[in-house]
Design a protein around this ligand. Structure first.
Ligand code: SF4
Length: 284
């Protein structure tokens, strides 16, 4: 299966998003998904272009709204593998409300955030993941806001799969995306994906120096939510690997009362006029 298409990405050479694209393509091929069984929904930003660079169905949505679209697609056709993707501004600023509610809903989709700590498409402004003191055009004297603790927030919101990776580590990133897709529920994968053009602080070298692999922490248990929270806090969120997974909690689809065995797009939803009038009366 070939998930490459003929569209040439117009990301800057060296942008971390290239690895995310490659990792998604490898992960879905490894799982054995066919291109027509995959939908990639993206928001707005440099990373939002990713939906056009993968040989699958793709929706390039609007800013911060990849998740509502992706959830709608999954509810309409549960047989599809649905990946939502976007940047940290898209998911943790304008789209944060959707992110939290998609997490707690535990709908069976995978959300990949390309986290470069900056707004790249608009030429370099401070984002919700920028560090305190970070200087950009929008904060020339340094940001006076603290970075959002995205992974801790996800755990608090009731996430059942939380992982983090780095664009330089294609092997780990691919395997986490595979695990996220296989997870029966909402999976959030935050990827440190450097913006080589506008972020001169959080570079590949900076991440290499500062990231710690969870696999190297003796006794780390990703099924232990308290441990996950403690390790995140102790390491300022700069860890990579599977942070937390709850395999027991049912997904949204499994809990929807009367959810059709068949994907809704194929179900016969016609109702009689009598039944329709009955339903209307209930709302009057
Ligand atoms: Fe990537 Fe930054 Fe270039 Fe956008 S501006 S394509 S995020 S390197």
């Amino acid at each position: 299966k070939d998930f490459r298409n003929s569209v040439k990405p117009n990301w800057c050479p060296g942008c971390g998003d290239f690895s995310v694209q490659a990792a998604i393509q490898r992960a879905v091929a490894n799982i054995g998904i066919e291109p027509h069984e995959l939908v990639v929904v993206s928001g707005i930003g440099c990373s939002g272009r990713i939906s056009g660079y993968i040989n699958s169905y793709g929706v390039h949505g609007i800013h911060g709204r990849a998740l509502p679209i992706a959830q709608g697609v999954k509810m309409a056709n549960k047989d599809l593998t649905v990946i939502a993707a976007g940047g940290d501004g898209d998911g943790f600023a304008i789209g944060m409300g959707h992110t939290i509610h998609a997490i707690r809903r535990n709908i069976d989709i995978t959300y990949i955030v390309m986290d470069n700590h900056i707004y790249g498409l608009t030429k370099g402004q401070t984002s919700p993941r920028s560090d305190f003191g970070f200087k950009t055009k929008s904060t020339p004297k340094g940001s006076i806001e603290h970075s959002i603790h995205a992974m801790e927030m996800a755990l608090t919101a009731g996430a059942t799969f939380v992982a983090q990776s780095f664009s330089s580590d294609l092997k780990e990133l691919t395997s986490l995306i595979e695990a996220g897709i296989k997870h029966k529920g909402f999976s959030l994968i935050n990827v440190f994906s450097p913006c080589v053009t506008y972020n001169k602080v959080n570079t590949y070298d900076w991440f290499k120096e500062n990231l710690k692999k969870l696999d190297d922490i003796e006794g780390y248990d990703p099924s232990n939510r308290n441990m996950a929270m403690q390790v995140l806090m102790e390491n300022h969120g700069l860890v990579t690997g599977l942070i937390y997974q709850n395999k027991e909690q049912k997904s949204y689809q499994e809990l929807v009362h009367g959810y059709s065995e068949k994907p809704l797009v194929y179900a016969d939803l016609k109702i009689s006029e009598e039944k329709f009038n009955e339903l209307v009366k209930e709302f009057m």
